[in-house]
Design a protein around this ligand. Structure first.
Ligand SMILES: [Zn+2]
Length: 567
């Protein structure tokens, strides 16, 4: 079973995130499972369903299952846990200390592993969401169990965390309401620095198993970050009926411990609780931001300003897809189509750069070679749209018109190829001519790949109509430039002197552009670079002429391999 461990320090909004994730089919939220023994069993705390754990419909059978052979002594579990506690975190820097601490836990990890697996058996979940937060507890799971654990490092502005700890609230997790623990700024500072540093130290060398999310970014765009998390776990996350925009409607949950808001049943908006901006004293704010600065500035939180810095591109980078380039090329290279390996790699790299929630649009898919490359490279939260009418026209060099049956056969090959590459569900196929499809595709475009109809009119239309939707910083690729006369003319007309597109370069006939606003110098540079590629166009024209005359072998001195295309 996969375990999504939400870690870091307390009061980062983890209970909300945990509840949302746990509402999806196949995902189960256990809350802060590390506290099951102490608060749940020894102290007789309540499950979020309102029952005591020993009679809850989920936890009763789970506890029965793990205690079947030998009864579980909850107090002993609490005692063992004390051998590796928050106060030991600073000691982790001592060589060998982590191992010594882990060894001292005796049967604790083995019992815990059985606990998670029993939840899987009882609920049928594929992902267990555990918001225990303590970084050292995640180490126990990673180092001493066979659970597939991944660490979601949730961070939040230390001033907002401090405000949350300062509030007087009642703890409803026990039968007898008591006041919740409160922490002053000094303690908040200590926990913030130590927990976040420990989280990074334990997980930074585990690529693919570590994901950092800022709470402020999450509340700004929950859909995007939930998609990132789903991608991180490699699982579908269906929140239909649970999340509508930013409105979250909680369903029944069985979290064993956590913030008392786990009991709330009312629909609630996802929003940043920024009361600290008004209510916190200036001195407390300043103390928290300065005393946590070495750690919090790393996450983009400021000492004086109140809004965190926008994420740097590399921090925002998508979680890598489960595929790699070499394997992907092996899958697609035998398919019909006119894309070379280096061109495929360029598209692969561009798709990999698209940030979570972005969109890739391809015009002209034919048998799906480039669509499969784009879909296999992009993060799961990125939308990949393939536009091709599969109408039989413009199928390949010189084939301007064609038969409906050919188009139908292309469509079948396209669908079968995507399925064999494992990305049938990742590509949205719009079976329409590109000039008619623009109303069918919503939103801005991060990467646009044009390899559609090669006439001057259609090529111009694709470049202007679709190109205008590419975001600043986005990328444009055009195939068959300097190869097809009309595509070349369209490119020269619309792009060679453009102040909106920077010519990045080309891989043979694949021209690459970046959407930026250029000055006069930039557009002159564009023109020069386009003109510099014209000899390549002349060379291709010569090869084509020789081929038409049946003299293709005389094109060898031009670097042409007879029988090969010029794309
Ligand atoms: Zn329950």
């Amino acid at each position: 079973m996969k375990v999504l461990y939400i870690g870091g320090t307390g009061r980062t909004g983890s209970t909300l995130l945990d509840r949302i994730l746990g509402s999806a089919p196949g995902w189960f939220s256990g809350g802060e499972l590390a506290f099951l023994w102490r608060h749940g069993l020894v102290a007789g705390g309540l499950c979020a369903c309102g029952s005591e754990l020993r009679v809850c419909e989920v936890w009763a059978p789970v506890l029965d299952a793990i205690g079947r052979d030998a009864p579980i002594d909850a107090q002993r579990m609490v005692d063992l846990r004390r051998n590796f506690w928050s106060i030991h975190l600073p000691l982790m820097a001592v060589p060998g200390e982590t191992k010594r601490r882990l060894d001292s836990l005796e049967e604790f990890p083995e019992v815990v592993e059985r606990l998670y697996n029993a939840v899987g058996d009882v609920t049928g979940c594929r992902v267990f969401v555990d918001s225990s937060k303590e970084p050292h507890y995640s180490m126990i799971l990673r180092e001493r169990t066979d659970l597939d654990i991944r660490f979601l490092h949730l961070v939040r502005d230390p001033r907002a965390i401090g405000q949350s700890w300062s509030r007087r609230r009642s703890e409803t997790g026990h039968r007898d309401a008591v006041e919740m623990e409160r922490r002053g700024p000094l303690k908040v500072m200590g926990y913030f620095n130590v927990s976040n540093l420990a989280a990074e130290r334990f997980w930074r060398d585990e690529p693919g198993r570590y994901l950092r999310v800022r709470y402020e970014d999450f509340v700004e765009n929950p859909q995007k970050w939930l998609a990132v998390i789903a991608n991180f776990m490699g699982e579908d996350l269906d929140l239909t009926g649970v999340l509508d925009g930013k409105m979250f409607t909680p369903g029944p949950t069985h979290t064993v411990w956590g913030n008392p808001n786990r009991f709330d049943a009312e629909p609630r908006p996802i929003r940043s609780d920024d009361a600290w901006k008004k209510e916190q004293s200036k001195l407390t704010s300043l103390f928290l931001s300065v005393s946590t600065f070495p750690v919090s500035s790393h996450y983009g939180y400021r000492v004086v300003g109140k809004e965190p810095k926008p994420l740097a591109a590399e921090v925002n980078a998508p979680v890598h897809s489960p595929y790699d380039w070499e394997e992907t090329w092996e899958v697609v290279k035998g398919w019909q189509g006119w894309m070379r390996e280096a061109q495929g790699k360029a598209l692969w790299n561009a798709a990999e750069r698209v940030k979570p929630g972005g969109q890739i649009v391809e015009i002209g898919s034919f048998h799906g070679k480039s669509a499969a490359v784009l879909a296999r490279s992009a993060a799961r939260s990125v939308t990949v749209v393939a536009i091709d009418p599969h109408a039989g026209n413009d199928r390949g060099p010189g084939e301007w018109d064609g038969a409906v049956e050919d188009g139908q056969a292309d469509n079948s090959a396209f669908l079968a190829n995507l399925a064999s590459a494992g990305v049938a569900d990742r590509v949205t196929h719009v079976r329409e001519f590109s000039n008619l499809a623009s109303g069918l595709v919503e939103g801005p475009i991060d990467v646009l790949y044009i390899d559609g109809a090669h006439g001057y009119g259609p090529a111009s239309d694709d470049i202007t109509r679709w190109g205008s939707r590419v975001v600043v910083g986005g990328e444009l690729f055009i195939h068959d430039v300097y190869n097809s006369l009309f595509v070349t003319l369209a490119v020269l007309r619309h792009l060679s002197f453009s102040r909106r597109w920077r010519y990045v370069g080309r891989s043979r006939s694949l021209a690459m552009y970046e959407r930026v606003d250029l000055g006069v110098f930039g557009s002159v540079r564009n023109l020069a670079l386009h003109l510099a590629s014209l000899p390549w166009f002349v060379r291709n024209a010569c090869v084509r002429l020789l081929r038409t005359l049946g003299l293709e072998k005389f094109a060898r001195p031009l670097g042409h391999v007879p029988g090969e295309g010029m794309y």
